[in-house]
Design a protein around this ligand. Structure first.
Ligand code: B4P
Length: 190
């Protein structure tokens, strides 16, 4: 199984590159952001709780995310592997993912760390905000998402360096250029 963690700041291109990776390698896609937005739209209990955090640009608590992810993973029954998009975002989530995958006889194959300048991140998210209708794509929330990323999520890169899974990807340039860099990295671990 090829299990890819795609990692990076908000706006770094995780969702965009995930779509291309899925087409190329036939993976199942799990985006915790998409699952949470689905729960919010459906007005579920989890969606109501998540909404408060997302609109402030904060992370949804680990225990909720981890149990949600276990359910999604079991419902998908992936064949070729999975791309984890926006998960893990904290060290406890990374440890939970490892446990979950090990229990299913597999592990993370590679962690792709998309690196993009801060000005470019803000620009991309503001641009998306004009059409996405996402309640978290406004300047104030973008700033707190970036702050949360730097304090809570970025340290996760070191965890994957220690695991020997971390690959830094230059996330600046055209979508095709970045995807070319990703393919090179993924083909090395396939
Ligand atoms: P997500 O949905 O994961 O949102 P995100 O971090 O903002 O990244 P996204 O994938 O949307 O952006 P992308 O880089 O693809 O999370 C939303 C919220 O949910 C979080 O803030 C948090 O509250 C909660 N949440 C989710 N997962 C959680 C977890 N595990 N634990 C706790 N809470 C969790 O793309 C951005 C834009 O850039 C796009 O419009 C795209 O078109 C554009 N773009 C991409 N590549 C480009 C390029 N090369 N050039 C120009 N534009 C580009």
């Amino acid at each position: 199984m090829l299990n890819v963690v795609i990692f990076g700041a908000p706006g770094s291109g995780k969702g965009t590159q995930s779509e291309l990776i899925i087409k190329e390698y036939g993976l199942d896609h799990i985006s915790t952001g998409d699952v949470l937005r689905g729960e919010m739209k459906a007005g579920t209990e989890l969606g109501k709780i998540a909404k408060d955090y997302i609109e402030k640009g904060q992370l949804v608590p680990d225990d909720l995310i981890v149990s949600m992810l276990a359910n999604v993973l079991d419902s998908k029954k992936p064949a070729a592997g999975v791309i984890f998009d926006g998960f893990p975002r904290t060290i406890p989530q990374a440890k939970a993912l490892k446990k979950m995958l090990n229990e299913r006889g597999t592990d993370v194959s590679i962690m792709l760390n998309l690196q993009v300048d801060e000005d470019e991140l803000i620009q991309r998210l503001l641009e998306r905000g004009k059409i996405s209708g996402r309640s978290d794509d406004n300047l104030e929330t973008i700033k707190s998402r970036l702050e949360v990323y730097h304090t809570q999520t970025a340290p996760l890169a070191d965890y994957y360096v220690e695991e020997g899974k971390h690959v830094a990807i230059n996330g600046m340039g055209t979508i095709e250029e970045i995807f070319g860099r990703i393919k090179e990295a993924v083909n090395n671990v396939k």
